[in-house]
Design a binder for this molecule. Sequence first.
Ligand SMILES: [Fe+2]
Ligand SMILES: [Fe+2]
Length: 171
Amino acid sequence: MNILRSKNLFARANRLLRAMRLEFAKPDDAWAQSILPPLEFAVYASMDARDREHAVRVTQYLQKIKPDASPILLRAALLHDCGKQLRPYKWRERVWAGLQPMPKLEFDSALFVTQKRSPTALELRALHPQIGALLIRSAGGDPRVAQIVERHHQPFDDADAAWIHAVDEIE
Ligand SMILES: [Fe+2]
Ligand SMILES: [Fe+2]
């Protein structure tokens, strides 16, 4: 457990270092494009390069430890944080929001999608799974991919969402 925890802390520090400079991000977009159908790739391509790099790392690690991962699961892994694209990437703000207790917020999709209101940093942290699912559905992406994305922070009995949650924690 301690090993897992220290690995998690190391991963977070490593991710923070990469997050500080946009030019450090080298997402393998060509690989992502080989996995995602065009409508879903358009959602992926709108993400910040640092979030795309994180998405590719999570997905490739998932594929390594679960070689029989379904195409739907890999697509959901690539898009799991796509909801974060509704707010410009600021690494200090991400760190700050990550240190706060998780706020209990009701999700009102109209606020962010219909009215195009940008979520606050805390709203983004708490609600990006639901925002992402909505973006995928609006773009014409697969409903099951959207559902897994929606559940990736609280998978409950959804085994696919649980895989992404687990890998996301240690990436
Ligand atoms: Fe997430
Ligand atoms: Fe993530």
